[in-house]
Design a protein around this ligand. Structure first.
Ligand SMILES: Nc1c(NC[C@H](O)[C@H](O)[C@H](O)CO)[nH]c(=O)[nH]c1=O
Ligand SMILES: CC(=O)[C@@H](O)COP(=O)(O)O
Length: 140
């Protein structure tokens, strides 16, 4: 059994609840323990994962959030920088599944968040599980 931390940016509650349900279901179906940590926005997710990884309390992470395009360049910053920083942590060997939706509107978010439709939360959890298996396989 491994310990997973879901780090969620609680910006759009209803979509987050669905993404978290999908992620939890996938992790618990695989027999793992899950905790959820909440941060304000997607830009805070990588920093929170870095701090939690440093603690050594968790074996893997799932980033959950929703970024919906607004009127300004802010969308590109939040979507791009959160993904870039998560990728940087992954390249340091931290198993992370990225379940941050970056969408044009709420309809797109709903379709992707719903566990009975695209289930992107579950997909991100499975990606984290896959990276954790690789980390264990290649551990020296
Ligand atoms: N616009 C969205 C944000 N913006 C907030 C930032 O993530 C961050 O919390 C703020 O800039 C303070 O550092 N966050 C989301 O998760 N989703 C958005 O659509
Ligand atoms: C992530 C975004 O683009 C959005 O939440 C911010 O909206 P705006 O660009 O209209 O300030």
């Amino acid at each position: 059994m491994a310990r997973f931390l879901i780090v969620e940016a609680r910006f759009y509650e209803n979509f987050n609840d669905m993404l978290i349900a999908g992620a939890k279901a996938a992790l618990q179906a695989a027999g793992h323990e899950v905790e959820v940590l909440t941060v304000p926005g997607a830009l805070e997710i990588p920093g929170a994962i870095a701090l939690a990884a440093e603690s050594g309390e968790f074996d893997g992470f799932v980033a959950i959030g929703v970024v919906i395009r607004g009127e300004t360049y802010h969308f590109e910053i939040v979507a791009g920088e959160s993904a870039r920083a998560i990728m940087a942590l992954t390249m340091d060997g931290i198993p992370i599944g990225n379940g941050i939706l970056t969408v044009e509107n709420e309809d797109q978010a709903n379709l992707r968040a719903d566990p009975s439709q695209k289930d992107k939360g579950g997909e991100a959890a499975k990606a984290a599980l896959s990276l954790l298996s690789l980390a264990e396989r290649f551990a020296s």
